[in-house]
Design a protein around this ligand. Structure first.
Ligand code: 0O2
Length: 209
């Protein structure tokens, strides 16, 4: 298999989705509306991780495209928990891709303590040989969930997936603390957004003078 040829459509999906999702954020800004999207990142899963996941899951290399849903991955980070559901709603209304599956790891967190909302899509990419539909995973999470997941991911890497039990327990407590932070911030969402609007207006005035 020529790896560059295999991976090219996934790179294109990630690039296109980043442009589209960042575009949504920009539109909120132009319309002076509070954006539910704080920032967007994306990556194509590295070759070594694809091979490792395929082996770990006992997937036939020919079934890789159907079985691995996250070769193309985009992450949408939000300020507040209800912003996540606004983003999901906007995604489900789009006509440029199909939703294949939704995984709500917020109402049902993973054993590790992981929280996030995953939307698996089938995205049509135009290639030089015509249209190709590829799977992609959009992870939507708050800043607090992202902080936790990034740290846990680093520890998983350090301990090759075998995090010592005392650290695991601490991570679970940290996940609950992050969720409590999200809940508390949600309660004062309007106060925060009003403050941010005042700040943005002042910044705009400064730019215009
Ligand atoms: P990376 O390095 O982010 O690409 P599986 O990985 O087999 O357990 P599955 O069925 O492929 O899971 O899908 P799932 O559960 O939706 O997870 C896919 C991705 O979600 C993961 O990809 C992570 O990015 C993220 N994720 C899921 N569970 C956890 C968790 O407990 N901690 C953290 N930090 N991230 C998680 P990869 O391939 O594991 O990793």
């Amino acid at each position: 298999m020529n790896w560059d040829i295999f991976i090219a459509p996934y790179t294109q999906v990630v690039d296109e989705l980043k442009v589209k999702l960042k575009g949504m954020r920009q539109q909120f800004e132009y319309e002076r509306e509070q954006s539910p999207i704080e920032f967007v990142t994306g990556r194509v899963k590295p070759k070594t991780s694809i091979i490792e996941k395929t082996r770990r899951r006992g997937i036939n290399p020919e079934d890789m495209e159907e079985e691995l849903q996250d070769i193309a991955g985009v992450r949408v980070v939000c300020q507040f928990v209800d912003d996540i559901y606004s983003v999901v709603h906007m995604l489900t209304n789009r006509k440029d891709f199909d939703i294949v599956e939704e995984k709500d790891y917020i109402s049902e967190k993973k054993d590790s303590g992981y929280r996030s909302y995953h939307v698996i899509i089938k995205y049509p990419v135009e290639t030089i040989h015509g249209e190709k539909k590829v799977l992609a995973e959009i992870q939507i999470r708050t800043l607090a969930m992202n902080f936790w997941a990034t740290n846990e991911h680093s520890l998983n890497y350090k301990y090759a997936g075998k995090i010592p039990s005392d650290i695991k327990a601490r991570l679970k407590r940290a996940a609950e603390a992050a969720f409590l932070l999200d809940e508390e911030m949600s309660k004062i969402k309007h106060e925060i957004q009003e403050a941010q609007k005042i700040f943005n207006r002042k910044e705009e005035q400064k730019r215009q003078t």
